[in-house]
Design a protein around this ligand. Structure first.
Ligand code: FE2
Ligand code: FE2
Length: 282
């Protein structure tokens, strides 16, 4: 049994300061073997924001691995954006843009989906994809972690990353079983599984763990428990109007014959309307 905390979109600099301590308490009390952060650790990639992110990560007890998000490269400082887009991220978070961690029977492989030449839209580079698929472990549950989702629900009005469709097919064909992402600030897992043409991949799209943008309606993170072919998910949700996290709600998925199935009713937002408002930014 392996437990992984999945966090995304912390947005330090535009974050809920009141939620930092409750979030750290929940993370450190989760009995996790690993914490995976799928990007947007800062809001504008400023030095002070990276310091806040680094301080937060240093207070997490289990090992942490992270990938960058579009907000982790400078938006307005064009020389840095073009010449050294990841300098702040590498200094504060991780020198590696595509880290890999093995925790028991689970192998987590990072994939950098950020395109410093674009504002929001991501990009999957073919060379990165080649490296990632070469690193898959045939005997493990392979989990790919990146910032941008590789598939969107119909309500989303943003573009997918360049090469997303090909990447999704290739990742599934190569034998990965799970994809973790963030970026849209809206949880989607069950709904994604219902619509996807790639049911061999469980795509877990996290909400935002700390962003203070009111239209996000709620902050949340998830604990994923890997138990053979079964993944139990605990969603820890803090509505914007509340000071802390509610008791977790549970979802369960299992994989048989190379296909994932859900074992609970489709998820509903704990705050009415929460899944309808946040698609257009992030
Ligand atoms: Fe993002
Ligand atoms: Fe974000």
């Amino acid at each position: 049994m392996t437990r992984i905390v999945h966090l995304s979109d912390l947005h330090f600099g535009y974050h809920r300061a009141d939620l930092v301590a409750p979030l750290l308490d929940r993370i450190n009390g989760a009995g996790a073997d690993l914490v995976v952060v799928t990007g947007d650790l800062t809001h504008r990639a400023r030095a002070a924001q990276f310091r806040m992110a680094r301080d937060f990560l240093s207070r997490i007890a289990p090992p942490v691995m992270a990938v960058a998000g579009n907000h982790d490269v400078p938006l307005y400082n064009l020389p840095v954006r073009l010449l050294a887009p990841y300098c702040g991220y590498r200094r504060a978070v991780s020198p590696a843009l595509a880290p890999l961690r093995q925790v028991g029977p689970v192998c987590v492989l990072g994939l950098n989906s950020v395109d410093p030449l674009a504002v929001q839209k991501g990009r999957i580079r073919r060379a990165d994809l080649r490296r990632l698929t070469a690193g898959l472990d045939g005997g493990a549950m392979n989990v790919v972690a990146l910032h941008h989702p590789l598939e969107h629900l119909p309500a989303v009005d943003k573009d997918l990353p360049r090469n997303a469709t090909q990447a999704l097919a290739r990742i599934e064909r190569a034998g990965a079983q799970v994809v973790l992402s963030g970026h849209l600030h809206v949880w989607a897992t069950d709904a994604m599984l219902e619509q996807t043409a790639h049911p061999g991949l469980l795509q877990i799209q996290a909400g935002t763990a700390l962003c203070a943008r009111p239209s996000d309606r709620q902050n949340e993170f998830a604990v994923l428990q890997f138990d053979g072919p079964v993944i139990h998910i605990e969603r820890h949700i803090a509505p914007m109007a509340e000071a802390g996290f509610r008791p977790p709600i549970h979802e369960r998925f299992s994989r048989q014959g190379g296909i994932w199935r859900a074992h609970q009713p489709p998820e509903t937002p704990i705050v009415p309307g929460a899944t309808e408002t946040a698609f257009s930014t992030a």
